[in-house]
Every structure is written in structure tokens, then in C-alpha cells.
Design a protein around this ligand. Structure first.
Ligand code: UDP
Length: 333
């Protein structure tokens, strides 16, 4: 049985589907603060899924999952992930992300579970010193969100040395798209990410898309990001699990495509795919956005045998299909 914390959220739910598609049994632990019960209900249609609602900040909540199920390994997504909010309310991030993970790790130690795949982030690198960013790039996060994830990475190193608890930390770049069969997709409230925000603006009642900053030192003045498809990302978690099951030592990998696209390029691709002329509001820069973030993914390729397969256009197509479904569901709710 694989424990997936945060399995009701965007990345967690796609990873649960990938596990189920492999015939694995999953228990989801989620406090539903940002995830959705509808997502859990949907996932239950596709395999052997158990659900326990609980909060990682309550040690007894997470201990009870280990007591109830025979857990082989953990994939840990549950976290708050909004950079801006983390600057305004760092306590929320340190208590939940760091404190919650401490409780999870202590339950793992208590029940002798010694393998964890952890959802880390490119935000642990901070302002890039060079591009593309490989795993040896210095980690100097510039906000509490990135800091909280880096702290957890360091705690995991110490727990391996002292207790033999092995971890794989996956440092995500910009995750995009939705399930190829449109079973689940991105559903954040409020939504802050680029692609869903562009797509949402095409629906009646949607807010005009705001483009943050057109004066960066990039080829067209807008920020460059490395958009990795959600299903490719989910596959990397299965490979990381396999790596740990085969005795692999604690490790960390960038998950990206080695390639970047500007905000204007993403916007143009969205216009093409939706067939719509999308109105845009040019706005000042958003605080804390580095000009360019692109991954060097060669370590994940060579060590995990992972190859991202899906293009940015494909991710946008799937995100649009999902957004259509989501808008329909919200209107009919
Ligand atoms: N962005 C934008 N408008 C939006 C959301 C994002 O112009 O409504 C820009 C943002 O400033 C950044 C890029 O799109 O340059 C990617 O932002 P996102 O929030 O999707 O991911 P991040 O890079 O912050 O993790």
C-alpha cells in the first residue's frame, strides 16, 4: 500500500491515477484545505483507493493511517504552495510544510517505513546563477515557500544518516496540463498559475488575463519558464518509487524539459489551441518572479530512466479540455 499525502490536490491526484493505472493500492491522506473531495470520489472509480481525511499537523491523525494500513512507501505532496502567501504568512508555511512533514516522518519511523518520495521545487534554488539549472546549482530560496521545502530536504538527509530513512526529492519546474482521459485536472481556488488563468479568461464571467511584466531581459520581455506535463511528472514519481524499492540511495532530481517558453509564447499557444482572441491586460512585474527558470533534467534521465514525452501544446490542449469540464461542473453545481 502506498500512502499519498495531498492526493486530493492537482499533482497528487495525477500521481494517484498513475499508481492505480499500474494496479497499485493507495491510501490518500488529505485535509481537503486546498484539495477536493470530488477529486477523491473520482479517483475511487479507477482502482483500489482508500481515503482518510486528516491534518499532518495533528500527529495522531497521521499515526492512525499507519496503524490502519500496512504502508510500504510514502509519496508526500501535502503542502501549501503559494509563494506570495508564504511571504505574507510564513508561519502558515513553516507550521504546515515543515511541522507537518516532521509528524509524517516521525510516524514513518514509528512504523518502520523507510522510503519517501517528496514533492520539492525549483523554488529551492532561488534566483538562478546560471541556466539551465542542474542539481548542483546552489540552493538559496528567496521566499518562505522555497525555504520550507529546502528545510525538509535537509531534514530528510539527516534522517537518512541517523535512521536509514531514504528519500527521493523531486524538484518540479512549472507543472502543466491534465490527465489525458480528462479524469482529473488543475483546480485551485484562487488560481494563480499562468496556463489555467489564461484559459479561464476565455469563459464567460472569467477575469481578463493579466500578463505580469513585459520588460524582463528575455527574448520578448516576458518571463521564461520550463513547463513540464503533469503525466510526465507523475511517471517520474513511479520511477522514483521503483528506484527506492531497488535499494537506491537518497537522491534528488530536477523535473523539467531542458527547454523554456516565454509567457507571450504560452499565451499565443493558448490562443491557437482555443481558437479565441484572448484579451490581455499588461501589468507590472509580479514580486519575486525571476526572469528565467529552465531545468537541466539529465540526472533524472540517466538515473531514473525518465523521459518527458508531452509537449507544451499537448499540456495546453488537455488543460483546456479539463477547464471546459470544470466550468461546466461549476455552472451546474
Ligand atoms: N503569470 C502571468 N499571469 C498570471 C499568472 C502568471 O503573467 O495570471 C506569469 C508569472 O508572472 C510568471 C509565469 O507566468 O512569469 C509563470 O507563473 P506561474 O504562477 O504559473 O508559475 P511560477 O513560475 O510562479 O511557479
Amino acid at each position: 500500500m502506498i500512502l499519498v499525502t495531498g492526493g486530493a490536490g492537482y499533482i497528487g491526484s495525477h500521481c494517484v491515477l498513475a499508481l492505480l493505472d499500474k494496479g497499485l493500492e493507495v491510501v490518500i491522506f488529505d485535509n481537503l484545505s486546498t484539495g477536493h473531495i470530488e477529486t477523491v470520489e473520482k479517483l475511487k472509480q479507477y482502482g483500489n483507493v482508500h481515503f482518510q481525511q486528516g491534518d499532518l499537523q495533528n500527529l495522531s491523525d497521521i499515526q492512525s493511517v499507519f496503524k490502519a494500513y500496512s504502508i510500504d512507501a510514502v509519496i508526500h505532496f501535502a503542502a501549501f504552495s503559494q509563494v506570495g502567501e508564504s511571504v505574507i504568512n510564513p508561519q502558515k508555511y513553516y507550521l504546515n510544510n515543515v511541522g507537518g512533514t516532521m509528524n509524517l516522518l516521525s510516524a514513518m519511523l514509528l512504523y518502520n517505513v523507510n522510503k519517501i518520495v517528496f514533492s520539492s521545487t525549483a523554488a529551492t534554488y532561488g534566483e538562478p546563477e546560471y541556466i539551465p539549472i542542474d542539481e548542483t546549482h546552489p540552493q538559496n530560496p528567496i521566499n518562505p515557500y522555497g525555504q520550507s521545502k529546502l528545510m525538509i530536504e535537509k531534514i530528510m538527509d539527516d534522517y537518512d544518516k541517523a535512521y536509514g530513512l531514504r528519500s527521493v526529492r523531486l524538484r518540479y519546474f512549472n507543472v502543466a496540463g491534465a490527465d489525458s482521459q480528462n479524469r482529473v485536472g488543475e483546480w485551485h481556488e484562487p488560481e494563480t498559475h499562468l496556463i489555467p488563468n489564461i484559459l479561464k479568461s476565455t469563459f464567460s464571467g472569467g477575469k481578463t488575463f493579466k500578463m505580469f511584466g513585459t520588460d524582463y531581459n528575455t527574448k520578448d520581455g516576458t518571463c521564461v519558464r520550463d513547463y513540464i506535463n503533469i503525466e510526465d511528472l507523475a511517471q517520474a514519481h513511479l520511477l522514483a518509487l521503483e528506484y527506492l524499492n531497488n535499494g537506491g540511495e537518497t537522491n534528488y532530481f530536477n523535473l523539467g524539459t531542458n527547454d523554456g517558453n516565454t509567457v507571450k509564447e504560452v499565451f499565443a499557444a493558448c490562443e491557437k489551441i482555443t481558437g479565441k482572441n484572448i484579451p490581455v491586460d499588461i501589468c507590472p512585474r509580479r514580486a519575486g518572479d525571476p526572469a528565467s527558470l529552465v531545468a537541466d533534467n539529465n540526472k533524472a534521465k540517466s538515473t531514473l530512466n525518465w523521459t518527458p514525452k508531452n509537449s507544451l501544446e499537448y499540456s495546453i490542449e488537455k488543460a483546456y479540455e479539463w477547464e471546459n469540464k470544470l466550468q461546466g461542473a461549476l455552472i451546474n453545481a
